[in-house]
Design a protein around this ligand. Structure first.
Ligand code: F6P
Length: 572
C-alpha cells in the first residue's frame, strides 16, 4: 500500500511539473504573438486607413513610385509618440520622454475634438503668408461645398480690416511692432470669426475664415474657442508656395484685384506688397505637427502636393479629396449647346434628334472658330452621348470625348413632347414644374438637382482642365455655368443659354470672366421664361391653358424643307 501511495504521489508531482512547463511556454508564446500583432496592426492602420493622428501624403504631382508613399507613411508613424515603443531610434529615450510630456499637455484638446459630433458645424481656418493662394482656395472650396449641399460662406479678414480704415495707407500696419496696426488686425480677425460663428449657429454647415493665422498662439486660441466654447469642428488649411513663378503670378493677381492697391501705381503697389510680405515672414510660424495638436491639411504650390495630419470626419475627408484634385492654374473653358436640332425647330424636348440644316451650318462655323485657334493653342472637346452634340463637334480638329453625364435632362414621360402637349396631357405636372423647376422631377425622368449630382465628377475634372470645349445641352449647360459663375441654385433653371452661341469662361483669381460669342447662324429660341415673373400669371394647377402657355417660345409645326435656304421666310 505504501509503495502504491508513493507511486501515485510521483504521478501528481510529475503532472504539476508538466503543467508549469506548459503554462510557461504558453505565456512566452502569448506575449511574443501579442507584440507582433500589435506592431502589424499599427503599421496597417497607418498605411491603409485614415486613422486619427496619422500624417500621410495624399497625392503629389511629381512622379514618385508607390514605394515612396509607403516609406513616407512609415516615417510619419515613427514620429508618433505612442508608436515609439515599437520604432525606437537608438538614444531616443530622452526625446521620447519629452514627447510624452508634451502629449500629456496636448491630450485634453485631442480628446475634446474626438467627442465633437461628425455632424457639428465646421470652421475652416486658412493659414499662410499673403500671396500663397489662400483666397483662391477658400472661394473655390466654398463653391464646391455649396454645390454639394453644404451651405458655406467665406469670411475674408482683410475685408473686415478695410472697414476699420477709410483708406489703405501702407505696409506699415503689418509690422509686428505697430501697436495700432496690430490692434486693428486683431479686431478684424475677431469680427470675422464672430460672423463665422453666427453663420454656423444659424444652421449653416461650413464657414471658411480667410485670414493668415500665422502664429501658433493664434491657432491655439482659435482651436480652443471652436472646440471647447462652441462645440464646432475645426480644420486648418495651410497654403505654402515655394514655386517662384507661381508666387509672382499670385502677386500680380493681388495687385490687379485687391482693393488695397486700387489707388496706387503698379510700382508703388509692388514695393508695398513686398514689404508687407517681409513683415509677415518675420512673424510666421509654419504649422508644426510635433508642437501643435490640430488637424490640418497643407497645400503646397497651389495643390502640387497635399499632406494631411489628424484629418477625420466625413466633411473633412471630402474636403481633403477636393483639395488633392485642385490645381488652381489659370484656365479657359468654352461651352456651347449643340447646333439647332430637328426637335428644337419643332419645339420638342429631349429625344435624340439630328441637327437641322441650320444646326449643321453652326457645326461648320464652330469648327472654323476652334480650328483657327487650335493651331496656336490645342483644344479638346467633350460632348454628350447624344447625336446632336457629336454632330456639332464632328469637324473640330481635336480629340473628342463623349461623356454620359453630359446628356440632356431626362424628361421621362414627357420626352419628345412640346410644352403645349405637356400642358394638354399633364397640366398638373406642367404647373408643378413651374412652381419649383429646380427640384421638380419628371415622372420616370430627372430634375435639375439630379443633373447637378451627376455632373459633380465632370465639374471636378473640368476645374483641372484648360482649353476644353464642352458641347452640351440647355439644362446641363445651365448647371455647369451656374457652378463656375456661383449662381444661386434657384436661378439655375432660368439661365439663358441660347443656341449658336459660344460661352467663353476665363479664370481670374477665383472668379471667371464671361464672354458670349454669337456665331452668325440663325436658329429658334428655346428659352421659356418663368411664368411667375409676370404678375398677371400664376403657377397654380387650376390655371388656364392660355396662362400656362404664355411664355412658351414659338416654333415650327412641321420641319420646313427650305429652312436653310431662306430662314426668315419660313412661317413661325
Ligand atoms: O428644348 C431643348 C431642351 O434641351 C430639352 O431637351 C430639355 O428638356 C429642355 O431644353 C430643358 O430646358 P427647360 O428645363 O427649360 O425645359
Amino acid at each position: 500500500m505504501a509503495l502504491l501511495r508513493i507511486q501515485s504521489d510521483w504521478y501528481i508531482y510529475f503532472w504539476l511539473l508538466y503543467c508549469k512547463i506548459y503554462s510557461a511556454i504558453i505565456w512566452l508564446f502569448g506575449n511574443h504573438c501579442r507584440g507582433t500583432d500589435k506592431a502589424r496592426a499599427v503599421i496597417t492602420s497607418g498605411i491603409g486607413g485614415q486613422s486619427l493622428g496619422s500624417l500621410h501624403r495624399v497625392r503629389t504631382r511629381r512622379k514618385k513610385t508607390q514605394q515612396y508613399h509607403r516609406t513616407k507613411h512609415v516615417v510619419a508613424l515613427a514620429r508618433r509618440p505612442s508608436y515609439k515603443r515599437i520604432v525606437m531610434a537608438p538614444g531616443a529615450s530622452t526625446a521620447h520622454a519629452m514627447m510624452e510630456d508634451k502629449e500629456k499637455l496636448l491630450a485634453p484638446a485631442t480628446i475634446r475634438s474626438r467627442r465633437i459630433s461628425q455632424f457639428a458645424p465646421l470652421l475652416i481656418a486658412l493659414v499662410g503668408l499673403p500671396a500663397r493662394g489662400k483666397s483662391q482656395l477658400a472661394h473655390r472650396l466654398a463653391r464646391h461645398l455649396n454645390w454639394n449641399g453644404e451651405s458655406t460662406k467665406v469670411f475674408d479678414c482683410s475685408e473686415y480690416r478695410r472697414r476699420h480704415m477709410a483708406l489703405y495707407g501702407s505696409h506699415d500696419i503689418f509690422r509686428a511692432d505697430n501697436q495700432q496696426g496690430s490692434a486693428i488686425r486683431r479686431q478684424s480677425a475677431h469680427e470675422a470669426v464672430q460672423d463665422a460663428v453666427i453663420w454656423l449657429k444659424d444652421g449653416n454647415s461650413v464657414a471658411i475664415f480667410d485670414g493668415t493665422n500665422i502664429t501658433r498662439e493664434q491657432r491655439r486660441e482659435l482651436s480652443d474657442y471652436c472646440l471647447s466654447d462652441m462645440g464646432f469642428r475645426i480644420l486648418f488649411i495651410e497654403c505654402v508656395c515655394e514655386d517662384q513663378e507661381l508666387l509672382e503670378r499670385n502677386i500680380i493677381e493681388i495687385l490687379h484685384y485687391s482693393a488695397d492697391y486700387k489707388d496706387m501705381s503698379e510700382e508703388e503697389a509692388v514695393d508695398d506688397l513686398r514689404k508687407k510680405l517681409e513683415h509677415y515672414m518675420r512673424q510666421y510660424e509654419p504649422i508644426d505637427a510635433g508642437l501643435e495638436s490640430i488637424g490640418f491639411v497643407r497645400v503646397e504650390n497651389m495643390g502640387e502636393t497635399v499632406t494631411a495630419h489628424k484629418v477625420a470626419g466625413q466633411k473633412e475627408s471630402g474636403i481633403l479629396g477636393y483639395l488633392s484634385g485642385m490645381r488652381g492654374l489659370p484656365q479657359t473653358i468654352y461651352f456651347t449647346r449643340h447646333g439647332e436640332s430637328e426637335y428644337n425647330v419643332l419645339g420638342r424636348i429631349g429625344g435624340d434628334a439630328a441637327l437641322s440644316a441650320r444646326g449643321q451650318l453652326y457645326a461648320r462655323a464652330l469648327a472654323d472658330y476652334f480650328n483657327a485657334m487650335a493651331t496656336i493653342d490645342p483644344v479638346s472637346v467633350w460632348t454628350s452621348e447624344l447625336r446632336r452634340t457629336k454632330q456639332t463637334a464632328a469637324d473640330i480638329h481635336a480629340v473628342k470625348r463623349p461623356v454620359r453625364a453630359l446628356n440632356e435632362l431626362d424628361a421621362g414621360i414627357c420626352e419628345g413632347l412640346t410644352y403645349e402637349e405637356m400642358q394638354e396631357r399633364f397640366p398638373q405636372e406642367f404647373a408643378w414644374r413651374d412652381q419649383d423647376k429646380l427640384r421638380y422631377r419628371y415622372p420616370w425622368g430627372e430634375s435639375y438637382i439630379d443633373i447637378m449630382t451627376r455632373l459633380r465628377p465632370v465639374l471636378s475634372a473640368l476645374e483641372d482642365e484648360h482649353n476644353v470645349v464642352v458641347v452640351g445641352h440647355q439644362a446641363v449647360l445651365r448647371c455647369m455655368l451656374g457652378y463656375f459663375l456661383d449662381a444661386k441654385l434657384d436661378e439655375l433653371p432660368y439661365m439663358n443659354v441660347p443656341l449658336h452661341t459660344i460661352v467663353k469662361l476665363t479664370s481670374y483669381g477665383y472668379k471667371y470672366k464671361v464672354e458670349m460669342i454669337k456665331l452668325p447662324v440663325e436658329c429658334v429660341d428655346t428659352y421659356r421664361q418663368q411664368p411667375k415673373v409676370r404678375a398677371e400669371q400664376n403657377c397654380s394647377i387650376n390655371r388656364s391653358t392660355a396662362e400656362a402657355l404664355t411664355t412658351v417660345p414659338s416654333h415650327y409645326d412641321t420641319l420646313p424643307s427650305n429652312l436653310w435656304q431662306s430662314p426668315t421666310e419660313a412661317q413661325l
